[in-house]
Design a protein around this ligand. Structure first.
Ligand code: HEM
Length: 350
């Protein structure tokens, strides 16, 4: 009786199980084939670990960030004027003050490198907004990158690896790389004209990547932002101490906060909005959203910024990531770097 009853239990179930398993295996195989064919996974696919392996170099500094390893923590307030409110619904742009934790750094993977030898200076900020939202931004002194894809960035890192014979970067190899990437022209022009100022407080720091502001009506505008210093630039520092920039900054804070304007630049029609090597014309609309006021600092070891990861795709409602692939590669790379240093710190490094 049970053999012919369609509602009977055990035996019909045994018959259908292999069919479900077959369908599941087939669906899985199709998914893998699709991901490989679309380049999302597979042997040729660039992984965050590939980038971090090159960034950290042959002898990693355990417990430290794999990029911008040298730095210190700062804290302060962002005072919004409300001027950006018509363009973004983010709570931080309503008139008022929002506290932040920040970090100044110099480029490179060496946490004890002399400050004045670094070609790049940086400012990162993390804002906590109502409702548990966060905005994190990591900005550098150049306004553009030399390359526009994660693959080219990986190749650039490979070209910048120290020559095993000298332990130093091979300048001829780096220049050959730049020559084979003509999109690096804007970066090279910036580099040729850049004169480091005498203080971290007097540099201009750029988002480089492009983001989209979204207002209350859902209208989107492509933007870049920058922290523009209010203090005038002084001559280059002469202090031979490896922590010259940090020492100058600490002394400067004794006489009052360090202040920047947070300036948003809007893309004009036809401006490239997914290319981190492209500059926009200088006459584009800008809006000063408010001031970044830094009032305190502390060492990164044990400091509030030490365990933070200034992942640039951590954004509040009202700001969306743009579409350039470098921005999204940054998110994954910052996480990989943080995983490595956190694991090493747990094991006793730093
Ligand atoms: C678009 C231009 C970029 C800017 C403005 C930028 C800026 C910064 C800054 C300021 C920091 C230090 C953050 C801190 O103080 O903790 C940083 C860290 C880092 N950056 Fe970038 N970066 C850029 C591109 C990239 C790219 C393309 C990659 C790799 C795909 C990358 C990988 C990293 C990593 C791994 C860290 C350390 C993360 C951590 O352990 O917390 N960056 N970057």
């Amino acid at each position: 009786m049970q053999d012919t009853d369609p509602h009977a239990g055990a035996r019909p179930a045994r018959k259908t199980f292999p069919a479900y398993a077959f369908i599941a295996i087939l669906a899985g195989a199709l998914l893998v084939a699709f991901l490989v064919a679309s380049g999302r996974i597979g042997p040729g696919r660039l992984k965050p670990a590939d980038i971090i392996d090159l960034m950290q170099g042959p002898e990693p500094h355990e417990g430290f960030r794999r990029a911008h390893a040298k730095g210190f923590c700062v804290s302060g307030q962002f005072r919004s004027t409300g001027a950006l409110q018509p363009y973004s619904s983010a709570a931080i742009f309503k008139p008022g003050a929002t506290a932040f934790i920040g970090r100044y750094s110099t480029g490179g993977n060496n946490p004890t490198a002399p400050d004045l030898q670094s070609p790049v200076r940086s400012l990162a900020l993390a804002f906590s907004l109502p409702g548990g939202q966060q905005w994190r931004t990591a900005m550098n002194t150049p306004p553009v990158l030399p390359v526009r894809t994660p693959e080219a960035f990986h190749a650039q890192l490979a070209a910048m690896q120290p020559d095993p014979a000298t332990g130093k970067p091979d300048m001829a190899r780096i220049m050959a790389f730049m020559k084979s990437h003509p999109e690096s022209a804007n970066f090279l022009a910036w580099q040729a004209g850049y004169k480091p100022t005498g203080s971290l407080a007097t540099e201009r720091y750029h988002s480089i990547n492009i983001f989209h502001l979204v207002n209350d009506s859902g209208r989107e505008r492509a933007v870049r932002w920058a922290a523009a210093p209010q203090a005038p630039a002084g001559p280059p520092l002469q202090d031979p101490h490896p922590d010259a920039l940090q020492r100058e900054f600490a002394t400067r804070l004794d006489s009052g906060p360090v202040v920047y304007d947070l300036v948003f630049t809007f893309a004009g029609s036809g401006d490239p909005v997914d290319d981190v090597t492209a500059l926009w014309p200088a006459d584009r609309q800008t809006v000063v959203a408010g001031t970044i006021e830094i009032g305190g600092w502390e060492p990164q070891a044990g400091g509030a910024c030490g365990g933070l990861n200034f992942d640039p795709v951590v954004l509040p409602d009202g700001i969306k990531p743009g579409h350039d692939p470098i921005l999204h590669a940054r998110g994954a790379a910052y996480a990989e770097s943080q995983r490595r240093r956190a694991r090493e710190q747990l094991a006793g490094a730093e």
